[in-house]
Ligand binder design. Sequence first.
Ligand code: NAP
Length: 315
Amino acid sequence: MSDDDPDNRIERVIIIGSGPAGYTAGLYAARALLEPLMFAGYMSGGQLMLTSDVENYPGYPQGIGGPEMMMELREQAERFGLRVEDKNVERIDTTERPFKVYVEGEEFRADALIICTGAEAIWLDAENEEAQKGRGISTCATCDGAFFRDHEIMVVGGGDSAMEEATFLTRFATKVTIVHRREVFRASKVMLERAKQHPKIEIKTFRSVKAWLSDDSGLTGAILEDPRDSSTEELAITGAFIAIGHKPITAFLDGQIETDQEGYILHKEFTMTSVEGVFAAGDVVDTRYRQAVTAAGQGCQAAMDAERWLEDLGL
Ligand code: NAP
């Protein structure tokens, strides 16, 4: 068999995941002539595909839509030779090199891996939540907001995501109530102020969701509890969006790469993980900044680290 035989091919770099970290790693690896292959996932583009306007990515004075930005990042990396497959990686095997990557029953091999799988939304797990998922309760305002035209909606959370989702939802809703479990907000001042000033938004602090109420028509309300004295109140709403943060997508690693207790991949040397030749970038690593621009920057670092590592080994 020759190297051109697809069954025999060893990729130099496989990138897993396709947010700003993945596409930037792809761009740099492609420009370093590593002919990178990316498995972008079924929902390529990562969390920014679920975002409305990105106003804090340098170079876009008027802001840019999240999905539009992801398409441009992809196009830019593909122009230099990044090969993208919109498939999910089921598992990897890093016990020996070349590493193996399993995708829809097929095995791929690579000298180096860059993991950029990002993070996914966390649910509250309040009473009756499971039954109402997708039936009035969502974790993505940009995906589902339009279904709630003229509804009264609740948004749970006190970070930037909650503020952004609440502000976005005012386009459709008659009223949006932000419910937050304490009185201090993690949200940036500018986004919190924008929400506070909005005539359609009310903010309730010291409230957490105890249970969801529903009837045959769908969601009808929520029971909110004050954590200070456990008193409860009922809030009538027909739509709810949970925006309480994200957890890293690392289950497919099956413990082969060292992570912290929450599953975030740990860097050992620059962007290299506990397994030599496996690099990681973006929200799958980042417990602190979680911005598109920091993820992109780390994707660049991971590609440069992979390139140097391959070069040092003569691969
Ligand atoms: P976050 O900043 O971690 O905020 C999560 C919020 O959810 C916190 O207010 C937290 O409350 C609350 N929370 C967590 N678990 C909860 C639970 N079980 N029950 C009730 N409330 C709970 O997450 P995020 O808002 O998703 O933002 C993540 C990162 O993305 C941040 O760095 C943010 O700046 C960035 N981001 C930026 C933009 C933008 O700039 N356009 C938009 C969205 C996100 P406590 O504070 O009490 O822990």
